[in-house]
Design a protein around this ligand. Structure first.
Ligand code: ADP
Ligand code: MG
Length: 248
């Protein structure tokens, strides 16, 4: 049996009267690519926010590499190697790709330093090699705001990799990406897992993409875990099909 890098046990999260997550239990084995699907509003983003320490949970616990992280905040959890990316991108449009990469490294003083390129050469080398990894090397000196939306998402992904995460949570990586570029993105995510050894836990709306990417998929509906299984089983699961049809 593989080692469970992330363990979510009986997690509940409420916003006023809305139960966004109810009694969610799931695990992410080290080295795996795991999917999280479910109709809009089913609680996927809330679960990611709880895992990375963005808000406290009401019940249950979350363990990362055997340590309870339920009451830790974002920076501490990030330093342990657990990071997320967002459904909307978080980049600085008036800085170049390389500068965005430089300021994403922890323990540096951010904006001004990058503007005056006072970063050690190894940070810049790492930034450039990761930009190459995501296919943005030729654009490295362009302003991030001048990239296409899909390229901005790749940049944000590369920025997360600057921090050398052990487990990366990706919230809808293919959303807003030109359909012709989705297969390339999926291959890149697979290489991130295989070549860089980073575990991926991925929320995805594009069914074909997540079926191709993940080895195991959890499906949420109305804040609860509906079912889980390998992609071919989830794809044909009547409960999953009904949950999606019911939400439209
Ligand atoms: P998903 O990512 O699956 O689309 P979310 O986790 O964003 O779903 O939302 C789950 C439910 O929790 C929704 O009903 C949403 O309106 C509610 N919710 C999410 N975040 C907040 C918040 N910060 N304040 C109040 N309600 C929220
Ligand atoms: Mg969401």
């Amino acid at each position: 049996m593989s080692y469970q890098q992330l363990e979510v046990r009986s997690v509940c999260k409420r916003f006023g009267g809305v139960v966004a997550n109810n009694n969610i239990t799931l695990s992410v084995p080290q080295g795996s690519i795991i999917g999280l699907i479910g109709p809009n509003g089913s609680g996927k983003t809330t679960l990611f926010n709880s895992i990375v320490g963005y808000h406290p949970i009401d019940k249950g616990y979350i363990r990362f590499e055997g340590r309870e992280i339920s009451s830790m905040r974002v920076p501490k959890i990030a330093r342990m190697g657990l990071l997320r990316t967002f459904q909307q991108t978080h980049i600085y449009g008036k800085m170049t790709c390389v500068q965005n990469m430089q300021i994403s490294v922890p323990h540096t003083s951010g904006g001004f330093r990058a503007m005056f390129s006072k970063y050690p050469p190894e940070v810049t080398d790492k930034a450039e090699s990761l930009l190459e990894f995501v296919g943005l090397y030729m654009k490295r000196h362009l302003m991030a705001g001048d990239l296409s939306f899909g390229q901005q998402k790749l940049l944000e992904f590369a920025m997360a990799l600057m921090n050398e995460p052990k487990l990366l949570l990706l919230d809808e990586p293919t959303a807003g990406i030109n359909p012709t570029l989705i297969n390339g993105l999926i291959e890149r995510l697979k290489r991130t897992n295989a070549d860089l050894g980073i575990t991926l836990f991925v929320i995805e709306h594009n069914m074909r993409a997540i079926m191709n990417l993940a080895e195991h998929i959890y499906c949420l509906a109305h804040g609860e875990l509906l079912t889980s299984g390998p992609p071919d089983q989830i794809q044909n699961d009547q409960q999953v099909i009904d949950a999606y049809l019911g939400a439209k």
